[in-house]
Design a protein around this ligand. Structure first.
Ligand code: TA6
Length: 308
């Protein structure tokens, strides 16, 4: 694509997959056309914010294990077609680059996916257009707009399945979901009452929060001394995931010990929050990530002061 700004280069990335290398005034990023997967966002002067497994595959046949895979048009296993790919087809498709431009301190990249022969034969054969806008700056903004290009109403699920890099999962907590009931996929289908405290990690965690509040969610990583503030719009569900040791060891594209240094916090619309779109209508979901220093280690992670 000839008219890319100097801040954006289209290169051949891992596995020979096309990748956009963004180097803007305030941050750098990498976006694979494969799944429109953002695999790196690093504000200048900071450490990378996103986690990618050292065992991730980079092939057209498999999703990238890390970064921000896009789950669409269903989340998890397809309810009716067991052979359908987990989390839908969007993260397995090659998205087309619509364009990119500089915008002050930010760089804006737009990608598109429309129905094709393969998707029209899938478990979700509808006509659609999905436009994904990635704004790379001191904050990372991700906007997914889905339009129903067909003649009938459609229902779909979506999630931005973000893998955050953390120094130590044992001293990481996720706040902003307190008192929100959730589905705990590690124990069963029934909803579980909300909890008064932030989410802390001591075992496999796989939770779906519905009716998540509009206020932000925060990933607080005490050992790195930073937090990631996650705001959202057009999203009524939040998923929190860490596979822990056994699940991690069972995944070929996930390093055995890597569960210690990642956490997924995903904004989406799944289950009761699935989106219904009439013909010609569009729905937009967006999220913004912003770094902030953690001022004081969380009480329970404070080093015990030795009694004088
Ligand atoms: O988002 C959490 C989750 O749905 C977990 O249940 C786990 O399966 C994870 O996604 C990874 O799914 P994947 O299909 O990428 O292996």
């Amino acid at each position: 694509m000839s008219d890319l700004p100097a801040s954006v280069r289209l290169e051949t990335g891992r596995g020979g997959l096309p990748v956009l290398l963004v180097d803007g005034p305030s941050a750098r990023a990498q976006i694979y056309l494969h799944g429109a997967t953002v695999t790196d966002w690093t504000p200048h002067g900071s450490d990378p914010v996103l986690w990618v497994s050292s065992a991730s595959r980079f092939t057209a046949e498999a999703p990238i294990r890390g970064g921000v895979p896009i789950c669409f048009p269903w989340f998890g296993a397809h309810p009716g077609e067991s052979g359908a790919p987990s989390h839908g087809f969007a993260r397995l498709c090659e998205w087309s680059l619509v364009g990119a431009q500089d915008d002050g301190e930010d760089v804006v990249v737009r990608l598109r996916l429309t129905d094709n022969e393969a998707t029209r034969e899938s478990a979700w054969p509808h006509r659609f257009e999905a436009v994904y806008t990635v704004v790379v700056g001191s904050r990372l903004s991700l906007v997914l707009e889905v339009t129903n290009r067909g003649e009938v109403a459609v229902v779909f699920e979506e999630a931005l399945h973000t893998y955050f890099d953390v120094r130590n999962i044992l001293t990481t907590e996720v706040s902003g979901l307190e008192e929100t009931p959730f589905y705990d996929l590690t124990i069963g289908p029934e909803p579980v009452p909300g909890e008064p405290d932030p989410v802390r990690f001591r075992s496999e965690t796989d939770r779906i929060y519905l009716g998540s509040t509009r206020v932000g969610t925060t990933v607080r990583d005490d050992e790195s001394g930073r937090s990631v503030l996650i705001s959202r719009d057009g999203s009524e569900a939040t998923v929190i995931w860490n596979p822990w040791a056994d699940k991690a060891a069972g995944m070929r594209d996930f390093g055995d010990e890597e569960w210690r240094s990642m956490v997924c916090v995903e904004v989406g619309n799944i289950r009761d929050a699935a989106i219904r779109l009439e013909p010609g209508r569009s729905h937009t979901m967006s999220t913004i990530f912003e770094l902030s220093p953690t001022l004081e280690p969380a009480a329970e992670h404070k080093p015990r002061s030795t009694p004088s």
